[in-house]
Design a protein around this ligand. Sequence first.
Ligand code: GLN
Ligand code: ZN
Length: 746
Amino acid sequence: MKWTRTAIGYPYIGDNREWKRCLEAFWKGDVTEDVFLQQLKDIRLGRLKRQMDLGLDYLSIGDFTMYDRMLDTAVMFGMIPSRYAAESRESDLSVYYAMARGAKGAVACEMTKWFNTNYHYIVPEYEGQKLSVTKNILLQWFKEARDELGIVTKPTMIGPYTFIKLAKGFENREAFAAEIIPLYRQVMAELSEEGAVWIQLEEPALVLTLSEEEVAFVKSVYAQLIVEKPACHIMLQTYFEGLSAYDELVNLPVEGIGLDFVSGYQQNIASLKQFGFPAEKVLAIGIIDGRNIWRANLAEKAELLNSILDQSKAGDVWVQPSSSLQHVPISTALEQKMSDDIKRLLAFADEKITEINQLVLSFNDIGLPLGGNGRTTQKASSERAVTPDDFKRPAPFPVRQEIQARKLNLPVFPTTTIGSFPQSKEVKETRKAWRNKEITDETYAAFIERETERWIRIQEDLGLDVLVHGEFERTDMVEYFGEKLAGFALSEKAWVVSYGSRCVKPPIIHGDVSWLEPMTLKETAAAQVMTEKPVKGMLTGPVTILNWSFVRDDISREEVAYQLGLALRREIECLEQAGIAIIQVDEPALREGLPLRKADWEKYLRWAIRSFRLATSGVQNETQIHTHMCYCDFHDFVKPIEALDVDVISIETSRSHGEFIHSLQKTPYEKGIGLGVYDIHSPRIPSEEEMLEIMQDSLEVLEPRQFWVNPDCGLKTRKEEETVASLRHMVHAAKQLRSYMKMRQF
Ligand code: GLN
Ligand code: ZN
């Protein structure tokens, strides 16, 4: 039996986010194309060398990208929408980046979440044009690795089924498949001619629930792909869950099958037990978690590996992380300020490769004895025991609604914003100076207060009804709370890519979460003193904090969510006691945290909603609780929203306005709701008329008394002039609507 240590993919952003800097400098025009391409080549080769040094036997190419790998695949096949024709005359790179980021007169391609990760890919668009392999970029990278490093690498690409599944714009899927598959064949044939031995086709879509018809389609895709045996082997790589329809798909005409024995552990083990594994195929065993950041218990992993080998009777095996490592940071060695107590619990990409190495060496009798994961599991200790009443507001919504209406005395169609106002250059620079200890805490706080006051005056001047303090003190809506709650650790360099060149640095929840001291009280109370109008308190909800952090795995996510809920409940109590009458608890990540399979949704929603309610149910009836959600497909999501029992929700609908309205028709909603009236992602200033039209549409399904007027999301990325102009139109539109209403009544 032969063992191969390999990885599905490795991060490409660089230890110091060099990749991001190269891309952004090139976009700004600071470097020439030649220099840019040379810089990327250095990054590509550097990361291959690093993986070799760490002990992998077989390295991937094609896990690198110049923006996004789905986009790479589309462009490689010439799937370029006609609206980029002007860029096509310029250069290949300008088309590529126009598709990613938009160009004059041509909006960018849609972007959406990559399965259940926090990565977002570009959705390929087909317009029926003739496709062909415009440039086999994998071939270029394959040769580069061979010529420069003398190694034969494993090209990896998004597999045909997943590509077809995620692409849009075609009417007939079979016909589209028939266009695409020959191109896959061509790319693979060229690679194989050049000396590639294995090609990895990534098919995460094979872990979704597959109908019989879908399984038949997968089979037909692979039957068309492999008409005659290519000279090289195919590794059909799955991840994020167990392989669906295992008994049928395991027999696809490929030479290797890659399975996830972390997220898909139970299902894949059960499948192996029941159906065995084809003797002639190579089994790629995803055994080290590619998604979390915790050290593995290698002694346990060795046992698991043994039982997989027993069950599968596999011949040759690959041992690898369970998914691409692009979802975790690069190396804990880059963390200089983190305490050793926490660091020793962590394994980022490099440490995970080392774990693979240790695991395989131990099987070959030359390894050291395997240890645990450094953790002495503590039983979660919640701050206090919760009772069923903790999840319930004292009175039902209709009663609260009346009490709140009397207290707040807002006009019909109240206007508000989602929380943040533009983070100007000055705001960012002042914060940086403060972090670098160039200015004192007092100077910084005074600056934040001045900026808040300036925006309170702007909001009053615009005539908004419910004001916000503007969130100038926050960089990121999760990190801000991570810095202030117990149980969190923050890293310096633990970045992961979120989309394109954008990276995020999720906080690390390593211990019991608890509230230590007020986190938002000072800024909110200060703003409330500045105005007669109500100022909304602003918090990030428990589920969003959880979903956008790296979470400890020694207790359940559910338990961590309740700890967060209780901690936020304390904060909400403080705000209420200080006289803040409206408190918004943002949950933009609640919908996107849904598990991959529908069968698992209910369980997740149950605890997610309970943790939100635990946070928000401690207030008096007269305190109005808001929430906010955005950038997800909310159709069919009215019931879960209802279950949150908030008094008001503001929700983004720029992408799916019509569909959400349709959902509201099917599932009536009685509480306060603001359907975003303009998209904050564009610098364009929407007119009064167009906002009015959107509002009138919404009034087809909503009662005037429940209707709020607000933008789609926070305004922190916009410029001040755009923000003020757009909001002025919005407030006017709301006023017009009020006068129409009056006319209709009398
Ligand atoms: N209150 C946050 C803001 O306005 C909400 C951000 C979000 O929904 N992602 O920035
Ligand atoms: Zn939002």
